[in-house]
Design a protein around this ligand. Sequence first.
Ligand code: NAP
Length: 179
Amino acid sequence: MAWALREHPNLNVLINNAGIQRRIDLRAGEEALTGGDAEISTNLTAVLLPVLQSRPAAAVVNVGSGLGIVPVAAIPVYSATKAALHAYTRCLRHQLRGTSVRVFDVLPPAVDTELDQGARAARGETARTVSPEAVAEAFWQAWCRDQPVVAVGMVKVLLCMSRLAPDFIFTKLNSLVKL
Ligand SMILES: NC(=O)c1ccc[n+]([C@@H]2O[C@H](COP(=O)([O-])OP(=O)(O)OC[C@H]3O[C@@H](n4cnc5c(N)ncnc54)[C@H](OP(=O)(O)O)[C@@H]3O)[C@@H](O)[C@H]2O)c1
């Protein structure tokens, strides 16, 4: 944060985008969780609120995931960190209501990036991804409309189904992803 403020003294928008995703077989015991701390610190606890409140207009943009709405069992720590980030972002927005800081919760579906490529290819997920540009465009439209929760593509369905039929959508999504 010190570096960012030094290099960009007028910084007023923070996009928390860094993320790690790991396939973990919890049945394999403690060893399978090695490295889980990095996943938690990068996806969740690295989210900082800097001195944005002193700016006349500012924003925090947290990049979550559809898996924070409906978890995938093969990716347990990732799903948990994104669920936690979703809750955290909601709390942050509530605490900052009435201030100059807007808080966005971006919830992408599977996106065609480098994220966990090996495991994703093994699961045959590559065909179901959207482009990073499509996510950026959806976010920009939401920014212009001042719409704080940005459910992109399939995540709109996940959000709706997680309220109407949570067990059904969990089972359905997990039937598509090999454990
Ligand atoms: N791809 C998807 O399907 C998908 C779906 C939903 C949400 N998301 C979310 O979108 C965000 C971006 O991911 P992506 O898909 O673009 O994945 P990506 O291509 O793997 O990029 C992840 C980025 O995070 C950075 N990063 C990882 N650990 C870091 C750390 N400890 N400190 C600083 N930077 C770190 C990486 O930097 P280096 O390259 O320098 O390591 C990389 O630039 C993540 O939050 C991810 O959870 C992705």
